[in-house]
Design a protein around this ligand. Structure first.
Ligand code: TYD
Ligand code: MG
Length: 467
């Protein structure tokens, strides 16, 4: 009989090694190799140890044909349905990742209750909390009377046997995949092999029965869903639930969606009675604004299909250090270096003797290059000590040549700004007609230098006013 081989599986990337080592050759992480049985290494299926059997022919079919049931289950929680692209899809698996304590269980308890109240069969399986704890949370959320079916269980075979009983569930929630274990894999719960095999079983269940399955995954310090980055590839959709320490709002961000748009967000606020939807995020992010302070510019962003206004704050202060500091929160630091370089090279603005701090208000995170113009304006405003007009929004991309380049969805951005009472905009030329109220006093520079001259010029006009 062949001796059962042991393997060492990297808990970060899932690569299999023959020998233990301090560092994984594949991803370069330290101390991530854990001894596991061979049954679950990369490339081996559930039955890898059994002797090969003859394959069974499956019936091939056509693209066109009957599709069972309505494909989506709508929860009625608008921000959640927006992030999932219109509701949970039947027969699909969704992964919701996030830091511990961010509110994943709260969100899913609310979703489960909302769906159960609409007459769907919802099963909530928790491997982390006892039934009493989940009941306490449900009471706090005011949903204890909804017919959600609850279980505290971690073994996949037991879970599958439980939910096979009775009517097929519409939604099965597994909180969390790190606690699951299956008899098929012989390593400890939480290891890559177990997480992968268990998730695979749940995904297979979703596909074969047409139930929607939601898997909860914890994120590690490095920001990856612990170990099972592999799981991200297996599921049909990945949502991240994010929030900034000290802030109450939470963002549900779509990272992958086989049935709808990605880069969509849902915005919530954590209250003492659970998560509350924030239908107009701009009001939240612009909340406490000191419009008269230099260094602040309002950026009209687009998140998925929705415009969001956020304040960008810059502080440029004389530096006592040999190498001045550049610190960024909520934006890309290499993008900041690029904007600083363009301002130096093409607009004659010098930051060499200054520390530069950049912050996106409210703990929000921006990834759009369209924020360039707002960042540059905030930087110049802070350096010169001249406050920007309070009723003005900024958007536009800056190229390395110092030109201001058009960005998509100009009209949508302007409309949102107008709705919130902004009367002016600084935007790339060629962005089309300016929407209704926004017009007079707006500015469409072709080069960043024009905008810098205009901001610096506001000193002169202000001095003339006071004369
Ligand atoms: P939880 O959903 O348990 O987080 P996760 O499942 O992502 O680990 O949320 C835990 C936090 O949310 C906890 O710090 C308490 C807070 N919370 C509220 O502020 N209000 C509430 O109504 C609930 C249920 C939780
Ligand atoms: Mg939880």
């Amino acid at each position: 009989m062949a001796k059962a081989r042991v393997q060492f599986i990297c808990q970060n990337c899932g690569a299999a090694h023959q020998r233990w080592a301090g560092k994984c050759d594949s991803c370069g992480e330290w101390n991530t190799l854990v001894e596991e049985g061979t049954s679950g290494g990369i490339g081996s299926g559930p039955g890898a140890l059994k002797s090969a059997r003859k394959g069974r022919a499956v019936t091939l079919t056509s693209l066109d044909g009957e599709i069972e049931d309505a494909p989506r289950i709508v929860s009625g929680i608008g921000e959640l349905d927006r992030a999932t692209g219109g509701g949970f899809v039947r027969g699909s698996a969704l992964l919701i990742g996030g830091d511990p304590g961010i509110g994943k269980s709260t969100l899913l308890t609310q979703a489960a209750a909302a769906l159960a109240a609409r007459g769907h069969r919802v099963v909530y399986v928790s491997g982390e909390e006892a039934v009493a704890q989940i009941r306490l949370r449900a009471q706090r959320l005011g949903v204890a009377s909804t017919p959600v079916e609850l279980a505290a269980e971690t073994n996949v075979e037991d879970i599958l046997a439980t939910i096979a009983d009775g009517k097929r569930p519409d939604l099965v929630i597994i909180d969390s995949i790190q606690t699951l274990w299956t008899d098929l894999a012989d390593s400890a719960p939480g290891t890559v092999t177990q997480v992968r095999a268990s998730s695979q079983a749940m995904i297979r269940y979703a596909k074969s029965t047409g139930a929607a399955v939601v898997l909860v995954g914890h994120v590690t310090k490095e920001g990856q869903i612990a170990g099972p980055r592999v799981v991200e590839h297996m599921v049909d959709g990945v949502l991240y639930f994010e929030g900034e320490g000290g802030h109450h709002f939470r963002i549900l961000r779509t990272v992958k969606n086989r049935f709808g748009p990605t880069d969509e967000i849902g915005v919530f606020e954590m209250s003492d009675k659970g998560l509350r939807e924030v239908a107009n995020p701009s009001e939240l992010f612009l909340g406490e604004r000191h419009a008269k302070a230099p260094g602040a510019a309002v950026f009209a962003a687009i998140e998925g299909t929705r415009p969001v206004l956020v304040e960008i704050q810059a502080l440029v202060a004389a530096s006592t250090l040999g190498t001045p500091r550049r610190a960024v929160v909520g934006w890309d630091s290499s993008r900041l270096s690029m904007i600083l370089a363009v301002l130096e090279a093409h607009c004659g603005v010098r930051f060499g003797q200054h520390d530069v701090y950049l912050n996106v208000a409210g703990g929000y995170r921006i990834s759009e290059p369209a924020a360039d113009l707002a960042v540059a304006s905030a930087l110049v405003s802070s350096l010169t000590g001249l406050a920007l007009p309070a009723d003005c929004v900024y958007f536009g991309e800056i190229s390395l040549s110092g030109a201001v380049r058009p960005v998509a969805h100009a009209q949508q951005r302007l409309k949102e700004a107008e709705k919130l009472g902004f009367g002016r905009a600084v935007l790339p030329s060629g962005s089309g007609e300016l929407a209704g109220g926004i017009g007079a006093g707006s500015f469409q520079p072709t080069a960043l230098a024009d905008l810098v001259a205009r901001i610096a010029g506001s000193r002169r006009s202000r001095a003339e006013e006071t004369d």
